[in-house]
Design a protein. Structure first.
Length: 410
């Protein structure tokens, strides 16, 4: 069968209208596949991330929420307000059970999105029992077992996660990963046959360009023109290690330079960070903004920040990088030098890198970028050129369509 007319069942914990993590990519992929003549049914949760609360207007036991030609079936599952590791496991398993007892239709291909790992694992069990002849692909945005190790988790728990993850990926007829570094982990650590691993990069999913009137946006946001504003946008979770940014702001308080650190978004560590930042003048917290305003806020900043917890190297490639590159501002990464984020920054030549967990180095690099406008502009242009060359949405979705059509059982 050709790709046109094929029926794809996509099972994902996250989907539009969520705007962070993998939700925007799953949403755009589903729409893009429909535009290419495929039938797409998405089974997902109600929008709840990164706030960890179900959004107003949602929360029914089941709900059909079609959009742009995509059939979207939402299922209520357990959403913990304060998501500890155990509660997150319960949340994923509860969603997996909802997937297991829902109707998938008669798909020609099943696509599982990880995260969430455990709901995908439950779905794989059903796929192999009730859809034994249907090829299954897994689209991997994060590698849980690496993350469990890098964030200092219990070694026994990490070993169990690795066994589950390896089983899921080996059971698939194909695995799509978002970076070459992930492909290496798949084949060398998780035992997936290289022929079953496909690298398909995430793309720049935010449309539009920032408004030219940066001064008006800075005034609206309360950012002085003569201050160096360092903005971190997106999830505030454990792996981001944003205490390092608060510490850099604390150092900035005692310096003679006006450097403002801004954390925009939400996440399960936000309340902890707000409490940790009490009394620190050089940091502010900004609520998430609409898609229409997002690029303008990024464009109004002087430096766009990626910060990762000390020890994190391979577990993920931050989705925010695709938006950062497109906006044309320099990127500053406080991450492991050997990690995927630093590798991406070197490939794009779109920013500077400092070690993770070093607040003084973070502040000094921010000041240097704020002072050198020529350097900053060059890095910003490099990011835009990299996005146009490597992170094109049309090419990525075309690649996904070909890959899904190539999957065969066995």
């Amino acid at each position: 069968m050709t790709s046109e007319g094929r029926r794809i069942a996509v099972l994902s914990a996250h989907f539009s209208p969520e705007t962070t993590g993998n939700a925007p990519y799953v949403g755009r992929l589903a729409t893009g596949l429909v535009q290419r003549g495929l039938g797409v049914r998405v089974l997902t949760a109600h929008p709840h991330y990164p706030e960890w609360t179900i959004r107003e207007g949602y929360g029914q036991w089941s709900r059909r929420d079609d959009r742009d030609g995509v059939v979207v079936l939402r299922h209520l599952h357990y959403v913990p307000r304060s998501p500890s590791n155990l509660k997150r496991l319960a949340a994923e398993l509860s969603l997996g059970l909802r997937f297991a007892f829902s109707r998938w239709g008669k798909p020609d291909v099943i696509l599982l999105v990880s995260p969430a790992l455990f709901s995908s694992t439950v779905a794989m069990v059903k796929a192999r029992l009730l859809h034994p002849r249907t090829p299954v692909g897994v689209w991997v945005q994060d590698i849980y077992s690496v993350g469990a190790t890098e964030t200092g988790g219990n070694s026994t728990v990490a070993a169990v996660i690795k066994r589950i993850e390896a089983w899921l990926f080996r059971s698939a007829d194909g695995v799509s990963v978002i970076h070459d570094r992930f492909a290496t982990v798949m084949t060398t650590s998780l035992g997936v046959e290289p022929s079953r691993v496909e690298v398909i990069r995430n793309w720049t999913h935010v449309g539009g360009t920032p408004a030219q009137d940066r001064a008006s946006w800075r005034a609206t946001l309360g950012w002085p023109e003569d201050a160096t504003v360092v903005l971190h946008a997106g999830n505030m979770g454990v792996k981001q290690g944003l205490e390092n940014v608060v510490d850099a702001a604390r150092v900035a308080d005692s310096s003679d330079r006006d450097v403002r650190f801004v954390l925009m978004g939400d996440g399960n560590q936000k309340a902890t960070l707000v409490d940790y930042a009490k009394g620190v003048r050089s940091i502010t917290f900004l609520e998430s903004v609409s898609n229409e305003d997002f690029m303008n806020v990024l464009g109004a900043a002087d430096v766009l920040l990626v910060n990762e917890k000390l020890g994190v190297a391979e577990m993920s490639v931050p989705s925010k990088l695709t938006s950062y590159f497109k906006v044309g501002r320099p990127v500053l990464a406080a991450t492991a030098d050997e990690g995927a984020t630093a590798t991406e920054l070197r490939s794009s030549q779109a920013g500077e890198h400092v070690p993770a967990g070093d607040p003084r180095a973070l502040l000094d690099a921010a000041i240097a970028l704020g002072d050198d406008t020529v350097r900053s502009d060059t890095l910003g242009r490099n990011g835009q050129e990299f996005a146009a060359r490597v992170l094109d949405e049309t090419a990525a979705i075309d690649h996904h369509a070909r890959w899904l059509s190539s999957l065969r059982r066995g």
